[in-house]
Design a protein around this ligand. Structure first.
Ligand code: NAD
Length: 428
């Protein structure tokens, strides 16, 4: 029988259904939470640099706002689909709930490849996206942020368009803005650092000395670069990093078993997270196939690229040495692979807990925007550590108490909080 193509939304619903059943959720609450509340699908026509026009499909999905305005990034990716955006929006609802910040879940996307778009064309796309949803997003409704292949400059163009339309200043409309333009110190580091705060706690629980551990990373973009930096500061040794190479249209793993200095590697990585192969070779890195990261003799695996990366097809390649998997990416592990990982007793730090540092810092950014007063870096990072550590502990305590897998425990906490909010509001 032919295998069905991977569908992130079906996977998110499958994960939800399993836990909803265990929690004995009311059928109406289930119907409400397993689907997005609202979706916007639109087209964004852009005048290209060559004088011609192109039309790009765009989305904003608002999964749930019972606990506060929807919150979630905007992804620019050629393989984006509305179902991926739906899944990511749903995971955002669980993410804001598990770290207990007063926000809901949403996500946006544009099907485009920024590798092939000039800055001017990307600016036009950002402004066009905002024009399509300007009445349906905002600091009290739905707050966008960066995600794969979008960053601070994109957020600033979007903010500028939103403020032009509404004729006033609304710095809290969007987060991930550049520092000095309403952005928060620490936002760039937040997701990757948050990943490592949870890894530090997991290793403490397992009685592992982090400084004696080895790690393999998949992806070398925003999340991975900062996670790698903090891991090294904690004394851990990174043995390999994989990335997508746009020129060769394939992935590579760069390995140096004696240890990788993330700053050195960042120095030869472009803004899309692609490591320069020739320069890596000159610096003594071995270049291996893209999926080699998963089979390394490491204690820690950090998938921090995209969804559907650890599947039934490659989960068997994970080495016996691996003790912790920290999901920097959203949805990197399919349910089939997840079951194998759970059965093997590998400590899983599930995506919506592990990478919640970004949205937590985005929330801090909004708080600072509201006060119009900005915190120093130390203050932001120590608040982030506190939030991530307490969320991790709540999940791991529940996992221990119920003898549950970490993903299941995280879902139990998040879904219960959102279910309580919809119930108390009298929605169902
Ligand atoms: P990014 O665009 O900065 O980097 C993505 C990296 O993944 C790049 O190095 C790219 O080369 C690599 N990559 C892409 N496909 C790959 C493949 N098949 N194999 C190996 N490497 C591959 O993106 P990012 O912001 O670091 O986001 C990465 C993941 O983390 C995504 O799942 C995203 O949704 C999630 N996430 C991001 C944030 C954030 O604040 N940026 C927050 C939470 C979750």
């Amino acid at each position: 029988m032919e295998k069905k193509p991977f569908n992130a939304f079906e996977m998110a619903q499958q994960q939800f259904d399993g836990v909803a059943e265990k929690l004995g959720l009311d059928p109406a609450v289930r119907d409400l939470l397993r689907n997005p509340l609202r979706e916007y699908h639109f087209l964004i026509p852009i005048r290209m640099d060559d004088g011609g026009y192109k039309v790009f499909p765009g989305y904003r999905v608002q999964h749930n706002d019972a606990r506060g305005p929807c919150k979630g990034g905007i992804r620019f990716h050629p393989h984006e689909t509305v179902d991926t955006v739906r899944a990511l929006a749903m995971w955002m609802t669980w993410k804001t709930a598990v770290v207990d910040i007063p926000l809901g879940g949403g996500k946006g996307g544009v099907i485009c490849d920024p590798h092939n778009l000039s800055d001017r064309e990307q600016e036009a796309l950002c402004r066009g996206w905002v024009r399509q949803v300007a009445k349906n997003v905002g600091h009290e409704q739905d707050v966008p942020a960066p995600d794969v292949m979008t960053h601070g400059q994109h957020m600033l163009w979007m903010l500028d368009e939103f403020e032009k339309i509404h004729g006033a200043k609304y710095p809290g409309f969007i987060t991930g803005k550049p520092v000095g333009m309403g952005g928060s110190l620490g936002r760039t580091e937040a997701t990757g650092y948050g990943v490592m705060f949870t890894v530090r706690e997991a290793m403490k629980e397992l009685g592992l000395d982090i400084s004696k551990t080895l790690a393999a990373f998949q992806g070398f973009g925003n999340v991975s670069q900062y996670a790698a930096r903090l891991y090294r500061q904690f004394g851990g040794t990174i043995i390999c990093v994989s990335c997508w190479d746009q020129a060769e249209k394939t992935t590579f793993t760069f390995r140096r078993t004696k240890g990788i200095d993330p700053d050195e590697l960042i120095g030869i990585t472009n803004k899309f997270g692609t490591i320069d192969k020739a320069k890596a070779k000159a610096l003594g890195y071995e270049s291996l196939p893209g999926d080699a990261w998963i089979e390394q003799e490491a204690d820690l695996l950090v998938p921090a690229a995209l969804e559907n990366q650890i599947s039934g097809a490659n989960v068997g390649k994970i080495s016996k040495r691996v003790k912790v998997i920290a999901e920097g990416a959203n949805g990197p592990t399919t349910p089939e692979a997840d079951k194998v990982i759970a059965d093997r007793g590998i400590f899983m730090i599930p995506d919506f807990l592990c990478n919640a540092g970004g949205v937590t810092c985005s929330y801090f950014e909004q708080v600072q925007n509201n006060m119009n007063y900005y915190w120093g870096l130390e203050e932001v990072l120590s608040r982030l550590d506190e939030k991530m550590t307490s969320a991790f502990k709540a999940v791991s305590d529940l996992a221990r108490k119920k003898n549950a897998y970490m993903r299941e425990a995280a879902y139990m906490i998040a879904i219960s909080r959102v279910a309580e909010a919809v119930h108390r509001r009298g929605w169902v």
